[in-house]
Design a protein around this ligand. Structure first.
Ligand code: 6PG
Length: 485
């Protein structure tokens, strides 16, 4: 049974949506001295919320209308329901009963343009609306997520203390910061997810290389990733990768990872990242390669068909014409070290692309994104938390207007130090028909962005040849057109 309070819950924060994320975030808030009044469209969710709450500071209301009636003004309400249509309907219900000065925060993974449209809709009724990225999954929500709020900076003051109290903590401070106006919070979370896709794809490729070229067993893979987690690659994703390789299958023999179908799914934040990057003209090839890799991985049947037809060349995952897939045991140690260095360089290049996109978006939309702060709040709580973010933060603190991470001497030298390994590892994959599109894209990005004269002069000549699009010259000002034949 829900227990709507009989008197106004003066200082409670409203939580609409008591699924995994909403419920855990609510309990986290209550643990930190913020009374909660929660509701959900599903009575079962309210019952569970009540059953598991373990705190008198947590109460529930049977409906949005009841919840709003019991909250003191200005009301502070966090919405954590399924992004898209469900959020749209929930917000419409809230807007119908809220009053000027109230604040609503959407904590789902929503597209930033949708958030901006909703903020305007709410502003018409003088109700503040925030989009807030929440990263860290279920345990993050309960024990300390990274939070990325964006919207009206004055309204942020209504929730700042509460959010700081529940966010993950790092020695550099709580993992929450005001990201910027409009949809900046959801945008920052979107790019976080784009980087997350790249991080995950790079790890998947190193797995393929270590397994097929290095000949490592699952136990050896677990030990290798665990060891990497003690060094510069230390990160949440490397840590869980080690744990994954150790997990025994409880339905069959061996490790569970081998029984999982290689068909990757996605919910869309990676796609949004590359769509906006294309709109802004910002190259993020490693994130693009990662989204494409998931799309290719999803085409299991087609891959099986094409594998069966690939009789004229060595099929991936089989011994190639060049030789056996796996290296001799004596060469394996050096190869594993090369893969570690390559992964570190590629990871920095992927983060560099993500921050470059944030930089372009900030300029295009006048968001004034706080880059050092974003690196700071990603150091704990979120899925991409990693040791390298401390170096990235230091780079932005040293030069807040840093245009590109490769302009930081420390990061440039870290990538430079791993670049020979990256080249070797990409070529080891290519020679054996082991697909490494993420690593290869990072290398291509690195080589392209540092090339002073690219072959794009030919591209320009071709455009002018067939379309009279004009070209610029290296030796004089102006736009030129040539009658090529
Ligand atoms: C996080 C995650 C979280 C979610 C992704 C998964 O930061 O906690 O990013 O938001 O796991 O949205 O996205 P895909 O389903 O697209 O992989």
């Amino acid at each position: 049974m829900s227990t709507a309070p009989s008197t106004a819950a003066t200082n409670a924060i409203g939580m609409v949506g008591l699924g995994v994320m909403g419920r855990n975030l609510a309990y986290n808030l209550a643990d930190h001295g913020h009374p909660i009044l929660g509701t959900d469209a599903w009575p079962e969710a309210i019952t569970r919320f009540e059953r598991e709450k373990g705190s008198a500071a947590v109460q529930s209301a049977p409906s949005i209308k009841d919840l709003v009636a019991h909250l003191a003004r200005p009301r502070r309400i966090i919405v954590l329901v399924k992004a898209g249509e469900v959020t749209e309907q929930t917000l419409a219900q809230l807007l119908a009963v809220l009053e000027p000065g109230d604040l609503v925060v959407d904590g789902g993974n929503e597209h930033f343009e949708t958030t901006e449209r909703r903020a305007q809709m709410f502003a018409a009724k003088q109700v503040h609306f925030f989009g807030m990225g929440v990263s860290g999954g279920e345990s993050g929500a309960r024990r300390g997520p990274a939070l990325m709020p964006g919207g009206d900076s004055v309204a942020y003051g209504l929730l700042k203390d509460a959010l700081e109290s529940i966010a993950a903590t790092h020695s550099d401070g709580p993992c929450v910061t005001y990201c910027g106006p409009g949809g900046a919070g959801h945008y920052v979370k979107m790019v976080h997810n784009g980087i997350e896709y790249a991080d995950m794809q790079l790890l998947a490729e190193t797995y393929a290389l270590l397994k097929h070229v290095g000949g490592l067993s699952n136990v050896e893979l677990a030990d290798t990733f665990a060891r990497w987690n003690e060094g510069p690659l230390a990160s949440y994703l490397v840590e869980i990768t080690a744990a994954i390789f150790r997990k025994q299958d409880d339905l069959a023999s061996g490790q569970l990872v081998d029984a999982i179908l290689d068909k990757a799914a996605q919910k869309g934040t990676g796609k949004w990242t590359l769509q906006d990057a294309a709109t802004l003209g910002c190259p993020i090839p490693t994130i693009v390669a990662s989204v494409d890799a998931r799309l290719l991985a999803a085409r299991k049947i087609q891959r099986q068909t094409l594998h069966a037809h690939a009789t004229h060349v060595a099929a991936p995952g089989t011994a190639s014409r060049i030789g056996a897939l796996a290296l001799a045991p004596s060469e394996r140690g050096a190869f594993v070290e090369d893969v570690e260095r390559a992964l570190y360089a590629a990871k920095i290049l992927a983060y560099a692309q993500g921050f470059d996109l944030l930089h372009h978006a900030s300029l295009a939309r006048n968001w004034n994104l706080p880059f050092a702060e974003l690196a700071r709040i990603w150091q704990a709580g979120c899925i991409i938390r990693a040791k390298v973010l401390t170096q990235i933060r230091t780079a932005f603190l040293a030069d807040p207007s840093l245009e590109h991470l490769l302009l930081s001497p420390a990061l440039a030298s870290a990538v430079g130090g791993g670049s020979a390994s990256l080249r070797g590892v990409v070529s080891a994959g290519a020679q054996r028909a082991i697909a490494v599109p993420g690593l290869a894209s990072a290398l291509g990005y690195y080589d392209t962005i540092r090339t002073e004269r690219l072959p794009a002069n030919l591209t320009q000549a071709q455009r002018d040849f067939f379309g009279a699009h004009g070209y610029e010259r290296v030796d004089r000002e102006g736009t030129f057109h040539t009658q090529w034949l």
